[in-house]
Design a protein around this ligand. Structure first.
Ligand SMILES: NC(=O)c1ccc[n+]([C@@H]2O[C@H](COP(=O)([O-])OP(=O)(O)OC[C@H]3O[C@@H](n4cnc5c(N)ncnc54)[C@H](OP(=O)(O)O)[C@@H]3O)[C@@H](O)[C@H]2O)c1
Length: 246
C-alpha cells in the first residue's frame, strides 16, 4: 500500500491524482491551506478506497513551518513512497510588471517555497533510499514568453533545480519526476481565454502523472503533445521569438 504526501492537496490536478491512488488503497498525508476543504478532500478519498487520510494545514510561503509539517507527515505515514508538490498560482502578469512586490510574491509561492520543500523532502528521501519526489512545474517554464514570464521564470527555476536534484537522488535510488502540464481546466485557468482544443481535463492529466510516476519518467509533458509544441517553441530563433506576442 502506497504512502503518499501531497502538498497543495486541494488543487484540482492533485485531487485527481489522489483519486487514482485512492482506488489502489493508498494512505495519504494531505497538506493545504484550508482545513475545511482538506477534510472534504480526505472524506472523498476514503469513500473512493483510500486507507488512512491525515490532513495538515500549511501556507507553503511560511518556510519556517515546513519541517514541522514533514515531521507530522512521517509520524502519520512512517516513510513516504510518493511526495507530490502541487501548489501554485497564476499571477496577473500585467500587474506584476507594474509592481515588483507582486512579482516577487508570485515567485516566492511558485519557486522559493517549492525549492524549500524540495530541499527538505530530498534529504528525507535520501535517508530512506527509495521513493518518488513528484513536482508539478509547467510548460511555461520551457521558454520565457511576454504574456507570463513571471510565472514561467518561477517554474523554470524549479525545473532547473529538479534537473540537478534528480541526478543527486538517482544515486540514492530515489526517483524525481518534473511534471510539465500544458493548459488544464482547473480553478487556476478559470475564465482565461484559452484555445479549447489545447485544454485538458484534470482526470486525463492525473492518469498520465500516475503512470509517469510508475514508469519513472524524468520529465513528463501532460498531455503528451505538449512535448512537441514546446520543442517547436524552444527552437524558434530569439530574433524571431522576441517579435512574437505569445
Ligand atoms: N491549470 C493549468 O493549466 C496548469 C498548467 C501548468 C501547470 N499547472 C500547475 O499545476 C499545479 C496545480 O494547479 P491546478 O491547475 O490544479 O490549480 P488549482 O486547482 O488552482 O490549485 C492550486 C493550489 O495551490 C494552492 N495554493 C496556492 N497558494 C498556496 C499557499 N500559499 N500555500 C499552500 N497552497 C497554496 C491552492 O490552495 P487554496 O485552495 O488554499 O487556494 C490550490 O489548491 C500548480 O503548480 C500549477 O502551477 C497548472
Amino acid at each position: 500500500m502506497k504512502r503518499i504526501l501531497i502538498i497543495g492537496a486541494n488543487s484540482a490536478i492533485a485531487t485527481a491524482c489522489a483519486r487514482e491512488w485512492a482506488s489502489q488503497g493508498a494512505s495519504f498525508f494531505l497538506v493545504a491551506r484550508h482545513p475545511e476543504k482538506l477534510s472534504q478532500t480526505a472524506a472523498d478519498l476514503v469513500a473512493r478506497g483510500a486507507g488512512a487520510c491525515h490532513t495538515y494545514a500549511l501556507d507553503v510561503t511560511h518556510l519556517d513551518a515546513h519541517p514541522a509539517m514533514l515531521t507530522a507527515g512521517l509520524d502519520a505515514l512512517g516513510e513516504i513512497d510518493i511526495a507530490l508538490i502541487a501548489h501554485g498560482t497564476l499571477p496577473d502578469q500585467a500587474a506584476c510588471e507594474q509592481n515588483a512586490t507582486l512579482a516577487v510574491t508570485a515567485f516566492t509561492l511558485n519557486a522559493t517555497a517549492t525549492l524549500a520543500l524540495l530541499t527538505l523532502l530530498a534529504n528525507q528521501f535520501e535517508r530512506q533510499r527509495h521513493g518518488t519526489l513528484a513536482v508539478i512545474t509547467s510548460v511555461a517554464g520551457d521558454r520565457g514568453r511576454p504574456s507570463n514570464y513571471v510565472y514561467g521564470s518561477a517554474k523554470a527555476a524549479v525545473s532547473t533545480f529538479c534537473e540537478g536534484l534528480q541526478a543527486r537522488l538517482f544515486k540514492a535510488g530515489v526517483h524525481l519526476i518534473d511534471i510539465r502540464p500544458g493548459f488544464v481546466a482547473t480553478p487556476m485557468t478559470q475564465g482565461l481565454p484559452l484555445p479549447a482544443a489545447l485544454v485538458a481535463q484534470p482526470d486525463a492529466v492525473a492518469k498520465r502523472i500516475v503512470t509517469g510516476i510508475e514508469r519513472q519518467v524524468d520529465v513528463l509533458y501532460a498531455p503528451a503533445f505538449w512535448a512537441l509544441i514546446m520543442l517547436i517553441i524552444r527552437t524558434i530563433p530569439g530574433v524571431v521569438f522576441k517579435r512574437l506576442s505569445l
